[in-house]
Write a protein that binds this ligand. Structure first.
Ligand code: FE
Ligand code: FE
Ligand code: ZN
Length: 277
């Protein structure tokens, strides 16, 4: 069965959000672990958490994905930026784990001039102070488009991060179709080859989530602009091929396309009709 959901706002509270997922005929969701630009987060009441857990169980949600704020830069050499990023990832991994959320994804970060190697060392340090042995949650590194000085647009960089941490078994990968396409992995014409490469470098068992997005920007442009499925440079057929690929069955899929909840409901329906899943 296809596990599919979208990025969804938790502004109305986490229980209400789970209700909206059901209305959308989805069976999972991606939520921000806190305000995407700032440092704010709301702590849900015990009653609300109970209601959230009830809904996700009753409707058999697949793994839920939390997304750390975009502004968090664990690769930064600026002490105040880095200290803040460390605090955010530490708190959010802990809070999301306490909610029973299976995975939390983050953008590895931008080295802003200090170089990839040094940036990776900073990311490793940040993860080591956030991930503890007793946590159940898996921390996912997102594949990036490689804009500016972004780290993580090559599988080798993600491997270097994972290999460097104290608890690598608690670190996985989230593959974003828009990002890898704009990073120069040709999932339109050579999906098998891209997955073979992923498997050789990282191992497909580390792939815990797929962000399914079309791309407004051309192949290998290193630019990150999401399009709705079928309306970008990847196209409908290639997007469906990702979902149909035998090696990717059972991996939860999250849409981050520029649509509202009503639009996402239609997009999920369209995808299901094409796949008959
Ligand atoms: Fe992301
Ligand atoms: Fe993404
Ligand atoms: Zn993106």
């Amino acid at each position: 069965m296809l596990i599919i959901g979208t990025h969804i706002s938790i502004a109305g509270g986490i229980a209400k959000t789970a209700e909206n997922v059901v209305k959308m005929e989805a069976n999972t969701m991606q939520i921000f672990s806190r305000n995407p630009r700032g440092s704010n987060f709301k702590i849900p009441s015990e009653k609300e958490v109970e209601e959230f857990q009830r809904i996700r169980q009753e409707y058999h949600f697949g793994p839920i994905l939390a997304h750390a704020p975009y502004t968090m830069n664990l690769a930064s050499a600026k002490p105040e930026v880095y200290e803040f990023a460390c605090e955010v990832i530490r708190e959010d991994v802990e809070r999301m784990d306490a909610l029973g959320i299976e995975n939390i994804v983050f953008h590895p970060g931008s080295h802003t001039g200090i170089g990839t190697e040094a940036g990776i060392q900073n990311i490793i340090g940040g993860l080591n102070q956030a991930i503890t042995e007793d946590q159940n949650i898996t921390v996912l590194l997102e594949t990036m488009s490689g804009k500016g000085t972004e780290i993580g647009f090559q599988f080798e960089e993600l491997k270097a991060i994972r290999d460097g941490v104290k608890y690598p078994e608690k670190v996985g990968v989230c593959l974003d179709t828009c990002h890898i396409f704009s990073a120069g992995y040709d999932i339109v014409n050579h999906l098998d080859k891209v997955l073979e490469e992923f498997d050789e470098i990282l191992g497909l068992s580390l792939l815990k989530a797929i962000h399914l997005n079309d791309s407004m920007m051309p192949f290998a442009s290193r630019k990150d602009r999401h399009a709705t499925i079928g309306d970008g440079e990847i196209g409908l057929e290639a997007s469906l091929n990702v979902l149909k690929h035998p090696k990717l069955q059972g991996i939860p899929v999250y849409l981050e396309t520029p649509l509202d909840d009503a639009g996402h409901k239609e997009e999920i329906k369209m995808i299901r009709e094409h796949l008959k899943m």
